[in-house]
Design a protein around this ligand. Sequence first.
Ligand code: PFF
Length: 430
Amino acid sequence: MRAHWSKLGFILVAIGSAVGLGNIWRFPYIVGESGGGAFLIPYFIAILFFGIPVMLIGLAAGRKFKGSVLTTLGKINPKIKYIGLIPVIVTLAILSYYLVITGWTFGYFIFSIFGYMSFDAFTETLYPLFLFFGAVALIALIVKLGIKRGIERTCKYLLPLLFLFILIILVKSLSLPNAMEGIKFYLTPDLSMLSNPRIWLLAFGQAFFSLSVGFGIMLTYGSYLSNKENIPRSAFTIAGADTLIAILAGFIIFPIVFSFGFSPSAGPELVFIALPEIFSVMSFGQIFGALFFLLLFIGAMTSAISMLEVGVTILIDERKFSRTKATILISSIIALIGLPSALSYSGFNITLLGRPFLDSMDIIFGSFLAPIGAISLCIAIGWFWDSKKLLNEINKNSKIKIPYLMIYLVKYVIPIVLFGVFALELLKLL
Ligand code: PFF
């Protein structure tokens, strides 16, 4: 018998996957750069008409066929089974460097209590490597414990804590002097930005990454979903929680950054360079810094768990591996391919395509190939599974029925738009 999530358990593990570094660090930064409040318009459209439909088909396919990404696609049509490898490879490649950053967040959690090390000094040591191995071992342990005893239980304890930390830091952040300046910057809509197609494509890419859709995660988690669950309601709850947390993260980051006179466009460096400087001078900064980095660590870890589970479920369903063996094998591979990312800022200076290895991995897999993974899933499920059956599976226990229009979105509109996202990333790369 395949294990099932409990009702609340499923919502929490899916939110755990969705909420991560993408919400707390990337979203506010992109909003700030892309027209402030105006960015919310394409973003909401991307979530509603693009992210949610892809989430719905993933959950429905996983639940119907009760199998890993490969197993499920193989059951839909044996010819398309191995198309599933595309999103899976993208997901595991992302996991390899995502866990390096997860390690950093834990390092900075410790630093916020005992005193910060500068980012350069930190990354020159071997600490990032040890933290990376620690993060791999920790999520492997949780995934090895299984769907209910491992993943569901971890998310049940940690996610409420994550919400609580967000609220505490939010109150502090909004009470800082000049907080309003930051909020003004964050929310003042620059509507002229909406005529720029780049902003729209950026919103689509961000929506997929943030919701964890198009990576085979919702399909894998859906395969452990009971037949009684209401898929549309779950999808709207997950997307709503993910979006709320992303928006709240902006209300945390911008007041802090503005109060202390930093530039909001500090980009990737913001979290590990600007924020530690700020926490070291803020009143009670030790406590708020520790809460902030712990919250990032929790968000990152619960996302990483979902990525590992994608690979583990494949070995269990396809190769009849025991969960323990599957977890050991996949996490060892992750430890190996993550190694150059973990060392990329160190004295070893490991680069790829002229950039630190980790940055290149993020560009190649996180931005560039991620849309291709999502297109593969839309085509495999949308084109090869009978549309009526697909819609029936989605709407099975729901009073509000998702209309047939969604099938057109999944079959035509979404793949074309995602191809645009891919092309945009390609242009950036050249
Ligand atoms: N949704 C996660 C975040 O916002 O940080 C990131 C993520 C998780 C991306 C899982 C991809 C993935 F497969």
